[in-house]
Design a protein around this ligand. Structure first.
Ligand code: ZN
Length: 193
């Protein structure tokens, strides 16, 4: 989709890491397609991940008892959320495709364990179980159409050649990502056979 706006939310400390490579191929391939790619590099930005009263500017509606849900909702209506949050909200609203690239995020991420560990009978259980709160509870709830996740299993245990293969597979998938149908983001996808 030439001219499409893509936001990559990237969370890793080391640019030369495997995660850094996955981000780099995504930027290269999507730019090659003529997309406008923005990267929110959360560590480089020093993005504040905890939800605190600093997220709200100006007077609180109840200063004697801080309720984050109430105060942030009020602040959103008064346009009084802190500028770092407003900036990210703007990027999300403008984007046609959002890729989350980080150890704990959705769509494209790496795992500490191998693929077998994330199967129904594996020690971690089926990988779809831990995607439920993120993909369904957060993304779907916020109105996203969710594409199948890109999971690079256990790069730490993989050979150099296997790691190259995982990066190449991601680059290959991105060539046709605009034609993909979203997953049926409903309980059967996550908890079915
Ligand atoms: Zn869903």
């Amino acid at each position: 989709m030439a001219g499409g706006k893509v936001l990559i939310v990237y969370a890793h400390q080391e640019p030369r890491s495997f995660n850094g490579s996955l981000k780099d191929v995504a930027v290269a391939e999507l730019s090659r397609q003529g997309c406008r790619v923005t990267v929110s590099d959360l560590y480089a930005m020093g993005f504040e991940p905890s939800a605190t009263r600093k997220d709200v500017t100006g007077a609180l509606s109840n200063p004697s008892f801080f309720n984050y849900g109430v105060e942030s909702h009020e602040a959103y209506r008064r346009k009084a959320l802190s500028s770092d949050i407003v900036e990210e909200q703007k990027k999300l609203q403008e984007a046609d495709l959002v890729i989350f690239q980080g150890k704990l995020a959705v769509l494209s991420f790496t795992t500490g364990g191998t693929a077998e560990m994330y199967s129904k009978t594996g020690v971690r259980g089926d990988f779809r179980y831990f995607l439920w709160p993120l993909q369904h509870g957060t993304l779907h709830f916020c109105g996203f159409k969710v594409l199948a996740p890109q999971i690079s299993f256990g790069p730490e245990y993989a050979s150099e050649e296997e790691r190259r293969g995982m990066v190449a597979a991601w680059a290959q998938r991105l060539t046709t990502i605009w034609e993909e149908e979203p997953i049926d983001c409903s309980p059967p996808w996550y908890f079915g056979p």
